[in-house]
Design a protein around this ligand. Structure first.
Ligand code: ADP
Ligand code: MG
Length: 264
């Protein structure tokens, strides 16, 4: 049964989409089967995988409003090594239409239940807000990966997100875990970044990934070629960092499965 990881942070521009695409590609590169789900009306993940968001017959919108199954909408991206459930601006309408449906926040969980067995990892790219789309992701997910820039206001935004995750755990998804906090666009020469990073580790200790994603121009260029950075410039620092992240996630999950089996 695939592990579902939601990539979420209500702040825009922190590297959610970059992380979703490049983590999916890196997990695939280390021989894991991956489904990437685009749940952001901006459709940046879809475009970044080389799929035209304006030209989708079936998308995550149809899946959320229960007019199509996930398998109907999934595209196999054989060149880049994973599957994509694409999304576009129609998702904005889904937010409104979902309001009229019973179990409006469980639509994605139900849809993924039918196909998660086909994958080892399902990565969901969330929109930059805590709306009904993000709620669908957080209810479907086993864990949340939180990309963040080590800036002055980052910790403040983080506490709002932690409150939301606490509310979700207390009500609809008690099993929701934090996969990890990921420092993105990191500049080790910045004193502020180092200070915020130290505070993060003091506060969240091993919930902070050891892997740090540096600011790297190749990561910003790759989407305009419709490619993950691994297929665009595999020796770039960005590509190496996301491969390291995939390795760290796989190792952490193997370790926690081992501990769970000993405790059983
Ligand atoms: P979000 O999905 O959280 O809004 P994005 O992943 O779209 O954030 O990133 C915002 C912008 O920053 C994009 O233009 C992206 O190409 C760029 N970017 C993201 N991560 C990096 C990085 N590590 N180095 C350089 N540019 C980055
Ligand atoms: Mg995004």
């Amino acid at each position: 049964m695939g592990k579902i990881i939601a990539v979420a942070n209500q702040k825009g521009g922190v590297g959610k989409t970059t992380t979703s695409i490049n983590l999916a590609a890196s997990l695939a590169a280390i021989k894991h089967s991956v489904l990437l789900v685009d749940l952001d009306p901006q459709g940046n993940t879809t475009m970044g995988c080389g799929i035209d968001k304006q030209d989708l017959d079936v998308s995550s919108y149809d899946v959320l409003i229960r007019q199509a199954t996930a398998r109907d909408a999934i595209k196999s991206l054989t060149d880049i090594g994973f599957d994509l459930l694409p999304g576009n601006a129609d998702l904005t309408a889904a937010q409104v239409e979902l309001m009229q449906q019973p179990d409006k926040e469980r639509a994605l969980a139900e849809a993924l239940d039918h196909c998660r067995g086909d994958y080892q990892f399902v990565i969901i790219d969330c929109p930059p807000s805590l709306n009904v789309l993000t709620l669908n992701a957080l209810i479907a997910a086993d864990s949340v990966l939180i990309p963040m820039q080590c800036e002055y206001y980052a910790l403040e935004g983080l506490s709002d997100l932690m409150d939301t995750l606490g509310d979700i755990r207390d009500s609809v998804n008690p099993e929701l875990r934090i996969e990890g906090l990921l420092r993105t666009m990191y500049d080790p020469r910045s004193r502020l970044a180092n200070d915020v990073s130290a505070q993060l580790i003091a506060h969240f200790s091993d919930k902070v990934f050891r892997t740090v994603i540096p600011r790297n121009i190749r990561l910003a260029e790759a989407p305009s070629h419709g490619l993950p950075v691994l297929k665009y410039d595999k020796s770039s620092r960005g590509a190496v960092a996301y491969l390291a992240l995939a390795g760290e996630i796989v190792r952490r999950n193997q370790k926690s499965r081992k501990i769970a089996s000993i405790l059983q």
